[in-house]
Structures are given as C-alpha cells and as structure tokens.
Design a protein around this ligand. Structure first.
Ligand code: SAM
Ligand code: SF4
Length: 360
C-alpha cells in the first residue's frame, strides 16, 4: 500500500512550554568528551537534524510527484531528538539546524526548537523551511529560541514559483520573511539554480537583495538518486554568477563561525548579501563542518553517503540510562568512516534518493 501525503495535515499549533516532568534532565557525562574531529582535521560543530521526511510541496527537483512512502513512518520523538542534541552538544556541537522534509508539518516543532535551544552548549538554533507556516507560527518559534531561518524560494515570480514548487503561497511566504527580518533573525533565502529560469530570475533576485537585509543563496542543483533526467536538463553552474558579482564590485565576506557551505558576497549599494553554494566546485568538502541525523534516527556522515547508519537503539539506551556515553562513543567511532569528499562530480549520489530524505 502506498501512503500518499494529504495536503490538509492538522494545522493545530500545539506548543506549550515543557513542564518539568516532560523535560529530559541535562546530562552529565563522567569522563571528558573528545570533540568531533575527523582524520582530515575537520571539526564538526554543526548538526543538521531532520525531524520528518514528509513534505506538502512538490518541488520539481526534489519530490516532483509529491511525498509518497510505502511504509508508515515512525519519526523520532521529542525525547529522542533531545537526547541526540544533548549527545552532540557534549561533543562540541554549537549549531543545530532543524530540517526535513518540511519540519513545520510537525505539530511539536515549537517544542523541538525550545528544548534544543535549552541544551547547554547550543548557541544557534536554525530551521530550514518552505515557509508555508511562517506567517502564522514564526513568533512562537522565535519565542521558543529560534535564532536563524532559511526559507527556500526558487523564484520571485508567483507563477514560476508555483510551477516549480506546486504551491501558490509565495506572497504569504514573503510576508513571513519580512517579519523574520524585523524580529532580528538571521535570514537566508535559498534559491536552487535552474537553467530554465535562471536568466529571468536573476534581476528580480538582485532587486530583492537591494532592499532586504538577508542573505540570498543560489544553490547549484545537485543530482540525487531520483532526479537524474531533471538534473541533466537543468543543472547550471553558479560560477557565472560569482564572476558577475566580482565584476560588479561585490566583495567576498569572511566566513562566520559554524557557517554553512556558501561563499557570501556583499556590496555597499545593497542591504542584503548574495551567497553561492557550489557543491561541484573544487575543494567544496575541504571545510565540511556538519553531520546529519535523519528523522528515523540514522547518522549520515555526508549528504551523499553510501548509507545512513542506525543509531536509534543507542538513543533509546541512552534515554534508559540517562547517560549518552554509548551514543557518544559510537558517533565518535563512526566519524572514522567519513570520506574526504562526496564524489558527486562522478555522478555518485549514495543512498540519497531526494533531499527531502535528509534535509539538504
Ligand atoms: N522543505 C524545506 C525546504 O525546502 O526548505 C527543508 C528541506 S529541503 C530538502 C532543504 C533545501 O534543499 C531546500 O533549500 C531545497 O531547495 C534544497 N534542495 C532540495 N533538493 C535539492 C537538489 N536536488 N539540489 C539542490 N538543492 C536541493
Ligand atoms: Fe519539500 Fe523542501 Fe523538497 Fe521542496 S525542497 S519538495 S519544500 S522537502
């Protein structure tokens, strides 16, 4: 039986601050914990935590036929997610990005943000969202401790936006972004570069950044297990945009602490910044600083790793013992298997059928 996602998921916002009996106590690990550094000297202080793989959009490059799955899903509970964040924080993680699928489809998202923000050592809590609940729920996410927000907008033309994503709510998403900027969040807008649209879109995006204090990041389309044909038709390099920025007098910014993979440029005549994520460029993986956990509790050492490695049993054991030591030592051991690079340029996509599985 195929379980097809139905658009009208309950919209209830069930957020209530955690009561003391619901909270997992902060955990002390007896011995000193080594930070996560791999054999290539890369330090991992940034965790991308997927909380669902369900999505209500049908982006052409990701879930062109909408969300489908052939088994019922048992996503990690708030307690399991909290134990994972606590374990990573002990190993030096400072930033957690909550992602999906579409993370705002979970009614307990605000609770997840709140418990993550409360973990000692976690300094930034970010979310990546398609933005469809922004206008309604942003304030509660900020009250819960959200510090940064990534919203995906592949086109600023409502008709093209709908053509790419299958959704007609661009206006509301843009309003939500304005609210986030006003609230002082670090805001990034992600736009996947698609050959068909890039010419018509560039000038609209440049105009948008002129007056909005946010970072617009162009992401090169990545090949995944499911999208080979689309990738071959639509992939376009970000290099010509980078060359254009340099020609127009934009200057490259120093990378912020725990920053993602974008090269970011600024210009005095613009309130916002423009970034480029070019996973096919040379040395893209050299400063990798992030690890990923799927919504089903698998550790992915790379977005395009050969497989996810199940750690959910160890999460359960850690909760039962109120001690994440077993989880910590397993993650530290597994880090030894992390490869130097993703081999995407050789067409290798690992276990990743689409990025909704893991959150990009
Ligand atoms: N649903 C949320 C969203 O769209 O922001 C979070 C998950 S989505 C998988 C995370 C990011 O990955 C989005 O910015 C999306 O545009 C990007 N993405 C998805 N598939 C991609 C692909 N094949 N190549 C490049 N970026 C992709
Ligand atoms: Fe959903 Fe995000 Fe994938 Fe679009 S990119 S289909 S919004 S998970």
């Amino acid at each position: 039986m195929i379980y097809t996602y139905i658009r009208n998921l309950s919209d209830m916002n069930t957020f209530k601050p955690l009561t003391s009996s619901q909270q997992i106590p902060f955990i002390n690990v007896g011995k000193a914990v080594e930070p996560l550094i791999d054999k290539f000297g890369r330090r991992f202080e940034y965790l991308r935590l997927s909380i669902t793989d369900v999505c209500n959009f049908s982006c052409q490059y990701c879930l062109p036929n909408g969300y489908q799955c052939d088994t019922p899903r048992d996503f990690m509970s708030t307690g399991e997610l909290n134990m994972i964040v606590q374990a990573f924080a002990k190993m030096g993680t400072k930033k957690v990005r909550i992602t999906g699928g579409e993370p705002s489809l979970r009614n307990d998202l605000t609770k997840i943000i709140e418990q993550t923000a409360r973990v000692p050592g976690i300094e930034q809590v970010a979310i990546t969202t398609n933005g469809y609940k922004l206008e309604k729920d942003l304030q509660s996410w900020v009250d819960a401790g959200l510090t940064s927000l990534n919203v995906s907008i592949d086109s600023l033309d409502p008709r093209q936006f709908e053509q790419i994503t299958g959704d007609g709510r661009l206006e509301s998403i843009l309003k939500g972004i304005d609210m986030a900027v006003e609230l002082g969040l670090q805001v990034k807008v992600n736009a996947v570069l698609l050959k068909e649209f890039s010419d018509t879109q560039l000038s609209l995006f440049f105009d948008y950044v002129k007056t909005n204090n946010l970072t617009l990041r162009f992401i090169e389309l990545m090949q995944t297990g499911d999208n080979e044909e689309f990738f071959n038709a639509q992939h376009v390099s970000g290099q010509s945009i980078e060359d254009k920025l340099v020609d127009l007098g934009w200057t490259k910014k120093q990378k912020a602490e725990w920053a993602g993979p974008a090269k970011v440029y600024r210009h005095d005549g613009y309130k916002g910044r423009i970034g480029l994520i070019m996973p096919y460029s040379k040395d893209f993986c050299a400063d990798c600083n992030r690890l990923r956990i799927s919504a089903l509790g698998k550790l992915h050492l790379c977005l395009f790793a050969e497989k996810g490695i199940a750690v959910r049993d160890l999460v359960a054991q850690s909760i039962a013992q109120n001690d994440p030591s077993v989880l910590i030592s397993q993650i530290q051991n597994l880090l030894g298997q992390k490869e130097a690079t993703h081999y995407l340029d050789a067409g290798y996509t690992g276990a990743t059928q689409h990025l909704a599985m893991l959150g990009g």
